[in-house]
Design a protein around this ligand. Sequence first.
Ligand code: ADP
Ligand code: GN1
Ligand code: MG
Length: 364
Amino acid sequence: MKNYPEILDAFALPEGERTAVPFGNGHINSTFMVRISGTEKQYILQRINSYVFIHPKDVMENIQRVTGFLRGKIAEAGGNPDRETITLVPSRTGEACAEDAEGQVWRVMLFVPDTFSPELPDNLDILEECGGAFGRFARLLDDFPASSLHETIHAFHDTPARLSQLEDAARQDPCGRLKDVQEEMAFARGCAAETRVLTDALAAGKLPLRVTHNDTKVNNVLLDRNTEKAVCVIDLDTVMPGLLAYDFGDAIRVGACSAAEDEQNLDLIHLEMPKYRAFARGFLSQLKGMLSRDELLSLEAGARIMTLENGLRFLADHLKGDVYFKIHRPGQNLDRARAQFALFRDMEKHSEEMKAILLELYEG
Ligand code: ADP
Ligand code: GN1
Ligand code: MG
């Protein structure tokens, strides 16, 4: 009996005894940390979630192109590309991924050693580092041709479409859960106008499409265990054309919240302005001279809209029977939805203050 998934043998790895243990807290992929006797190096093995990513080869092509580009920029700046971006380990046949007997697609990357990914950081320096990491990511990819990337999940941050998907889930109500979420459904429907803020601005040509990460939870940044400085942005499956507001907003949703994403006591949930400021300072420090006034102020809308959007997505998944986001207890996606809606309501109260901080940090 092997103590690792068989597919590991398909990759160009050193010989030796292998062990793989489940790793990390992602909601989407299945992640293992791999050790091989006789070598210091460690690896990350991941099974790409085929329900979420229906074209995994497109995902891998995007990651190869984007990390290839980043490696060049990092090397030019005198950095270490093996540490500052993801390094894929090819399969024995030279592919970026390998398929198992069930048709599931797997990949292997270098494990970035001596790092940690922050879950709910209270430390403002860590938040500023996370902001800096995602800001740097946007800056380094500023001259990458965004429209040449695959759209790995169609309409990923199309918030009005997310509301429609929630309505579809409610109409089908496959698990009979709709009757218990009437209040949340009413709240979601009341936010229809709000869902259109970013999509309307994009359609009106007010905001540029960039290469964005699109899944900027702070646990998708690795920080150095000793210095607590940002090292690397990971989880590149959703890198595709998008708005900078998505990346800023989704990070604020998690990083500047007073409580966990699935907090059940809604009284504990609010936006923490010092955390917001710290993340924004790091983010904007990397983007000097790149942003118009409209794009700068869109970041505030991004925080609210990404929070609302995740609420819509969690609620839809609760209705569908938890088919998309991994859950660790029954009702967790409903808790996540309620928490996002509570945070969204609190963010609305801080809207003007959020904008003032952006202006002060960028233009002040
Ligand atoms: P998911 O899409 O499921 O969130 P991630 O790619 O974010 O998957 O990986 C899950 C976790 O595994 C991360 O939060 C991080 O802790 C860890 N991880 C992933 N890739 C690496 C890596 N190359 N080096 C070190 N840790 C990693
Ligand atoms: C998922 O993969 P992970 O856990 O970093 C999701 C994000 C959500 C997030 C909510 C591909 O992120 O969009 O915002 O969960 N990723 C995908 O926690 O759907
Ligand atoms: Mg992740």
